[in-house]
Design a protein around this ligand. Structure first.
Ligand code: B12
Ligand code: SF4
Ligand code: SF4
Length: 231
């Protein structure tokens, strides 16, 4: 069946959730500043899972500071202009305003917490991310919540925990142990997270090594920049 989002799917932007703004919790509405820029009636959350976006990006140009943001913004705004030329919209993310993407993912049913803090669900494991949040003045059908339990609830062996070389997952997540280890020159986690790689859930949607290295290389650069400015 063709969905209104088929064009986004074709670009690898293959997760979409539509919320009516009035149904969002007050704290979420506040971070979106939705009440000050009314009258937007809906919020569209866009993400990607698996390797489709990476395939698309490879054939587009990976140029500029933030090629994934640029690619996502370009295709989502083109989709909006094509499908609802009269609707006003405001792209909140990517953008300067902070919004809690995992909180929105929880409302969509995409996100459950995992020991390594990247969200997880039973379908795509942890192999997904958020690409855009757009306020709209539109009447798209709201998407049903993705139902299902966290796979972590029934995972007895917890291979993610034992495979973290920094022991960062032994209790509640120890971000400084993780970041300290990642920054060591001989670290096995400069361009990957061994814990995430060793989680068996969503194996069919696992990113390629190149995609993993790209994302973790990017976060490594941010982490090193922050560490330098704090020193
Ligand atoms: C700041 C940030 C980081 C910081 C650290 C987080 C911190 N606590 O300081 C750094 C730079 C280390 C980081 C790294 C990565 N991040 Co990050 N990060 C964010 C960001 C921008 C804000 C998180 C935040 O501060 N939330 C606010 C606080 C108040 O929320 P909170 O409820 O206390 O915490 C929630 C989350 O923030 C999260 N959390 C808390 N601590 C940490 C620590 C880490 C390492 C992560 C990943 C999440 C996380 O869990 C909480 C419950 O939901 C979000 C995007 C967003 N706008 O939400 C992405 C985000 C959480 N990151 C994401 C990812 C994928 C990563 C990376 C794996 C790299 C990458 N881009 O592929 C890495 C590697 C992790 C690692 N082990 O080093 C994804 C997660 C996708 C998912 N499926 O859940 C997000 C949602 C970005 C996105 N566009 O999709 N990240
Ligand atoms: S290995 Fe088990 S506990 Fe760890 S993230 Fe995967 S399902 Fe959850
Ligand atoms: S990146 Fe490495 S150190 Fe950090 S949680 Fe993952 S496995 Fe542990």
């Amino acid at each position: 069946m063709t969905t209104p989002f088929a064009d986004l799917d074709a670009h690898g932007l293959n997760l979409q959730a539509v919320f009516d703004v009035q149904d969002l919790p007050a704290d979420v509405r506040a971070t979106l500043s939705v009440d000050s820029i009314a009258p937007f009636r809906q919020l569209l959350l866009v993400g990607n899972y698996g390797g489709a976006l990476w395939q698309q990006l490879k054939s587009a140009e990976m140029a500029g500071e933030d090629p994934i943001d640029t690619f996502s913004r370009k295709h989502i705004t083109a989709w909006l202009r094509r499908h609802m030329p009269k609707a006003r919209f405001h792209v909140v993310y990517p953008g300067p305003q902070f919004i809690g993407l995992q909180q929105l993912g929880t409302l969509a049913g995409w996100h459950h917490p995992s020991p390594f803090m990247v969200g997880i669900n039973a379908q795509w494991g942890s192999w997904f991310a958020y690409r855009a949040a757009v306020l709209l003045d539109a009447d798209l059908p709201c998407t049903p919540l993705l139902t299902g339990h966290s796979p972590c609830e029934s995972c007895v062996a917890r291979p993610c925990v034992s495979s973290c070389p920094a022991g960062a997952l032994s209790g509640s997540f120890n971000l400084s142990a993780c970041l300290g280890y990642r920054q060591q020159p001989q670290s096995a986690c400069r361009d990957r997270c061994l814990a995430r790689n060793n989680c068996p859930v969503g194996e069919g949607d696992r990113y390629t090594d190149a995609q993993i290295a790209y994302h973790y290389g990017h976060s490594m650069a941010v982490i090193e920049r922050l560490a330098k400015s704090a020193a």
